[in-house]
Design a protein around this ligand. Structure first.
Ligand code: I3P
Length: 120
């Protein structure tokens, strides 16, 4: 499963709220392989694009972002019914109790991501 996802961090591994300034929504190209949700980001500058690690999706260049990739082993995805500001948002709680919100492009995509993550 792969596709664009907007991500917002809300709770860190230490159980604390993600600090202000790091709570914004950020676009990633995500791909679920095994038990890792690999994240790919748009590089800030052309020089940040390593030739061999270049990914192109929908005419945009996205490079692998190991730091933001997430282990989904023992994690749980569920619809963020209490989050009303945006549609098609699901919550991901990881084994270390980090919490992320992800906004998918539509309801079907959201359902698909939740199913794939929870069945992985
Ligand atoms: C955050 C950004 C998010 C917002 C978050 C802000 O600021 O505006 O969009 O979340 O609110 O802290 P920053 O970009 O400086 O990190 P919402 O879109 O959910 O409102 P929050 O602190 O209430 O999570």
């Amino acid at each position: 499963k792969q596709g664009f996802l907007l991500r917002k961090c809300t709770v860190e591994a230490d159980g604390r709220k993600t600090p202000l300034g790091k709570r914004g929504w950020k676009m990633f190209y995500a791909s679920l392989k095994g038990l890792i949700l690999f994240m790919h980001k748009k590089p800030k500058t052309e020089e940040d694009i390593p030739e061999e690690e270049e990914y192109r999706y929908e005419r945009q260049v996205y490079t692998e972002d190991i730091r933001n990739s997430i282990s989904i082993h023992h994690s749980l995805a569920s619809k963020a019914t209490d989050y009303k500001k945006r549609p098609n948002v699901f919550r991901l709680r990881t084994a270390e109790w980090r919490i992320f919100l992800f906004q998918a492009s539509d309801q079907e995509e959201m359902q698909d991501w939740m199913t794939m993550i929870n069945l992985a």
